[in-house]
Design a binder for this molecule. Structure first.
Ligand code: ACO
Length: 327
């Protein structure tokens, strides 16, 4: 028998992309690569680059403002801010605290989550804990990353992949029936395998080198891990939610590489027409990529209220995870 349960419903989505576009052709002028190679191996045509003088919090605030507007809420309503980022403005305070100040949100709960490209899925699950337990009535969950600031711009194996941006959602509690018809977050699966650190990491940090460092990656192995393990997490999240992957209306994956998107979709038997892909123009914006893709799918009319969405991501850690939700 179903019983009443508190769900976290997404009531607004917002996005922010820096104005500066860097095309494959432009990159080919500085590293030994080509537009043809990047398109064929990754599906990426162009990426964004945060302008000097701006920080991750500026992108987060831009996305948050749009999400609040879409939700019909104001900064005064917000009582929880969770920012998923791997490129904080400062080592401390958290980017969430800076976002709170810049947005003018009154004293509230605010902190960052660090799970790299999986950060948004991790952040949603943490915020869900607050919302579903009555500790938050209006939460901002933001994925924001300025990956351009971590690039080794001489490394063609990584600098072509990453990008900058932010996406945000507003979460509110909704009483549900405890079944799959409920609006809100229905199921998660979160994973981390720290033994795979060397496949994807940044070679600096405050307590080791005292520097920010640069992103290092063993691309092929990350690729293989992504396709196999994301599929397992997706099946697990669907099982927790009580849905079948085939019932999902839209697959909204982390946008790392078009071939990973296709590989995961094929493995799970998801029709490619149901995959929201923004990798061609957004590239890999790390924690921002899922909410950015969601915002695009909503803006172009594909994703509609009431539909069942499936999100998944994988990133440094290695971390990975999936979330099933009804919009
Ligand atoms: N332009 C031209 N040649 C390149 C480039 C480039 N930008 N990058 C690498 N190459 C070369 C390599 O040096 C290698 O040359 P070699 O054969 O002479 O040694 C050749 O291309 C093949 O390299 P591979 O690494 O085998 O190429 P692959 O097909 O695996 O593609 C890529 C590389 C795109 C990095 C792929 O492995 C990938 O996407 N991996 C996933 C990594 C990822 O997405 N990470 C993001 C974070 S985790 C996540 O979000 C899932």
């Amino acid at each position: 028998m179903n019983s009443s349960v508190m769900r976290s419903a997404i009531i607004g989505v917002g996005d922010y992309l820096p104005e500066t576009i860097v095309t494959n052709e432009e990159l080919a002028k500085t590293v030994d690569t080509s537009d043809a190679w990047i398109r064929e191996r990754t599906g990426i045509h162009e990426r964004r680059k945060l302008e000097a003088g701006l920080a991750t919090s500026d992108m987060a605030v831009g996305a948050a403002k749009k999400a609040l507007l879409a939700a019909g809420r104001t900064p005064a309503d917000v009582d929880l801010i969770v920012v998923a980022t791997t490129t904080p403005d400062l080592t401390f305070p958290s980017t969430a605290a800076i976002v709170q100040r810049k947005l003018g949100v009154p004293v509230c709960i605010a902190f960052d989550i660090q799970a790299v490209c999986s950060g948004f899925v991790y952040a949603l699950s943490v915020a869900d804990g607050f919302t579903a337990r009555g500790l938050s009535k209006c939460a901002l969950v933001i994925g924001a990353d300025a990956m351009s600031r971590l690039m080794d711009w001489t490394d063609r194996g990584t600098c072509v992949l990453f990008s900058d941006g932010a996406g945000a959602v507003v979460l509110e509690p909704r009483e549900g029936r405890g079944d799959t018809s409920d609006q809100g977050l229905l199921g998660f699966a979160l994973r981390c395998d720290g033994t795979k650190q060397d496949l994807l990491y940044v070679d600096g940090g405050p307590s080791t080198t005292g520097t920010v460092g640069h992103l290092r990656m063993v691309g092929q192995q990350v690729f293989r891990h992504a396709v196999v393990n994301i599929s397992e997490a997706v099946e697990a999240a669907a099982a927790v939610a009580g849905v079948k992957v085939a019932d999902v209306d839209w697959f909204v994956p982390h946008q790392a590489n078009q071939r990973i998107l296709q590989g995961v979709a094929n493995r799970l038997g998801i029709d490619e027409a149901k995959v929201i892909s923004t990798v061609a123009t957004h590239a890999n914006t790390s924690a921002a990529s899922i909410p950015l893709a969601m915002a695009q799918g909503i803006a172009d009319g594909r994703i509609k209220p009431g539909q069942l969405l499936l999100m998944e991501a994988m990133g440094g850690g290695l971390t990975w995870g999936a979330c099933v939700l009804r919009l």
